[in-house]
Design a protein around this ligand. Structure first.
Ligand code: M6R
Length: 359
């Protein structure tokens, strides 16, 4: 059932446009976010959101925390489930506890959900599997509608988690009346554009396939970005290490000078996320510092960047969330093409299972 694709991961990357449409359908009115599955009382008495997850779902949590504070105007914290469980956290009942999970079965995430419930918090799960343990356990659930994801490396589940969390951040603002009608309408307009933005074009894929041959060796990768592109950099690095077995780290661009830049040399591959709509000049100067120290730079941007050794163009968008979704696709394709060149089974990488139900 790979339908002509080499791997399920590739098929799932190409499916993202369609599943994102499914995720948005019925949830966007012209001037309101609709979550019919939620009881309006869910946000009563809530002053904070705590997001908790593992792996790629944790990256979706981290990325969306920027949206919850910026758009939702609500205090937000993010936790790795396996850490939260044992840190004896102070959980307050004015916090909405949100777990994010593709499978709804990840042991650590499920346990944090039970822990939050036992502490009297209201709970919500963002999940891809109806009737999963987390959906049954949580007070409320929003399904991501990505369909079955077979590749161990999560792609379309992440994309739909991001869409749901973005919508939910707006839903919080709308419910608490902290967003003006025009901003909300504009955000809804942007959400509607996402399915088209993630569509894979042959020329982009071919360009990535060709340049991937330069990135098979060397002593490691840094994926760097600022703001919401930092969690996306973490996700890009996780994708690459999962399926290529190459060492990769995600880093905030502005942190490179606080240590990691010491590693810079031509064998250090830097994948620089440089959206023009979000702190472009700041990121650019961080990347120039790396380039001056001879790091090999692969820039992903909608603005040409002369100092890059390789350049992957994304379409010119006028909002950073559209740049976010298109950059996500580039990172997925890049890690997949590198792993395929290395001869790996990208659907079933060594040592990994699709669902981690052990601690
Ligand atoms: O099913 P979950 O979203 O709870 O799974 C969490 C992680 O195990 C998962 O995202 C893992 O990191 C993926 N293999 C990433 O591609």
């Amino acid at each position: 059932q790979k339908e002509g694709f080499r791997f399920f991961m590739e098929k799932e990357i190409y499916e993202q446009s369609e599943v994102l449409s499914d995720t948005l359908i019925g949830r966007l009115a012209e001037d309101a976010i609709l979550f019919d599955e939620l009881n309006p009382s869910l946000l009563e008495g809530i002053n904070e959101i705590k997001l908790c997850a593992c792996g790629t779902s944790y990256h979706a949590a981290l990325a969306s925390s920027y949206l919850f504070e910026r758009l939702g105007k609500i205090r937000t914290s993010v936790e790795i489930a396996s850490e939260l469980r044992y840190k004896e956290p102070l959980l307050c009942t004015d916090t909405l506890f949100v777990v994010i999970s593709q499978s709804g079965e990840t042991a650590d995430t499920l346990e944090t959900l039970k822990m939050a419930k036992a502490a009297g918090l209201k709970t919500l799960v963002v999940c891809n599997v109806d009737n999963s343990s987390m959906v049954r356990e949580a007070d409320a659930a929003i399904l991501t509608r990505a369909g079955i994801e077979k590749g161990v490396a999560s792609t379309k589940a992440f994309a739909t988690q991001m869409a749901v969390l973005w919508m939910f951040s707006l839903y919080v603002a709308q419910t608490k009346d902290t967003i003006d009608a025009e901003t909300l309408r504009k955000q809804i307009g942007l959400l509607r554009e996402v399915p088209a933005v993630v569509r894979v074009h042959d020329d982009l894929h071919e360009r990535i396939r060709r340049l991937s041959k330069r990135y098979l060796h060397g002593h490691g990768f840094f994926f760097i970005g600022r703001d919401i592109f930092f969690p996306l950099a973490l996700e890009g690095a996780l994708k690459l290490k999962e399926i290529s077995y190459l060492h990769a780290e995600g880093y905030p661009s502005g942190e490179m000078k606080h240590g990691p830049i010491a590693l810079a040399d031509p064998e250090l591959f830097t994948i620089a996320l440089m959206p023009k709509n979000l702190l472009y000049d700041k990121t650019k100067s961080n990347v120039e510092e790396l380039s001056a120290r001879d790091a090999t730079i692969c820039a992903i941007s909608d603005v040409p960047f002369e100092k890059a050794d390789d350049f992957i163009p994304i379409a010119a968008h006028d909002h950073y969330m559209l740049e976010f979704f298109e950059t996500m696709v580039v990172l997925q394709l890049l890690s997949m093409e590198i792993a395929i060149r290395l001869g790996n089974d990208v659907d079933m990488p060594r040592n990994l299972a699709k669902s981690v139900t052990v601690e």
